[in-house]
Design a protein around this ligand. Sequence first.
Ligand SMILES: [Ca+2]
Ligand SMILES: [Ca+2]
Ligand SMILES: [Ca+2]
Ligand SMILES: [Ca+2]
Length: 323
Amino acid sequence: MRGFLLPGEGVSSTKCAVKRICQLSRVVRGLTFAIASSCVLFSLPQSGFASLIIDSDTSFWAPITYGVNLADPVLDQQTGGQDGDLVGDANHYAFYTQFDDAGTSDLTDGTIAFRARLNRAKNYSKMEFNQSLFVGIDANRDGALDLFVGVNNSPSGNGELAMWNPGTGANTGPSTTSIVSPPVISVVEALKANYDFSLVSATIDPSAINFDIDGEGNTDVFLSFSFDFRTIVDLLNAKGISLDQNTAINYVMATSTQDNALNMDLNGIDGGIGSTMTYDELGATSDTFSPTGDSVPEPAVMVLLATGVFSILIGKRLVPGRT
Ligand SMILES: [Ca+2]
Ligand SMILES: [Ca+2]
Ligand SMILES: [Ca+2]
Ligand SMILES: [Ca+2]
């Protein structure tokens, strides 16, 4: 055992000292990175699981992001009116989620909610959502959507909350996706209970600096809706896909004029609703989240973490007294 001496030392004590400092510096950097990475993991936003209030302000909701795309461009809907245009910008998200675990240790009960920001209401005096909106869930992260949940209000503004099966196609992109109508589950819309359609205001979006993203004078609206989480779990289990509140999943969100296809606005990208590319290729697949709304580190992040830990292990070989 050579103690502090490293290979090549002994020629110049100054050189040796500098070399040791550099080696130890690398160890410290690896340790610092690993500690910082661990802090990132443990400081990921944890859902508070307060009782879910459907028209609660955005501070209670977790944004669903798409890499560098936080929201959706204005006026890129490809069918119908601006009331189906998903909107947002660098300061305002287009898509949120919220989870209530029912206060139990069971990971498959509770309530899951979604919120979308739309360009305008079709008729402000009625304040109805007159389209359909789908949240496609890829619960096993193979790129194919496994279940749709959403609002089925087209064209009258009176409709239902529902869950739909994908059709028999690949369901990996706009051109291969179909939705089986009628839905497998329908739920009555109960205003302020499991459904809300509200003008964006300082009350419901306290951090907002703009209530009309496109600036055309039509105040944006929030469409919010919730479902019994176990119903989603059971439908996916029937397909051989397991899901609980901590499972890593991806979303594809879109509006439509009908409940058997996505034909208006695909969230997270400019246009693309008729594309033959996959959702992944288009950038229309959300980042990875658990149903609780917590961000799940991507594999690349885990590799970096492992690299940090590896640095520590390598570094130990340079510590005096260790072999
Ligand atoms: Ca849009
Ligand atoms: Ca607007
Ligand atoms: Ca899937
Ligand atoms: Ca879009």
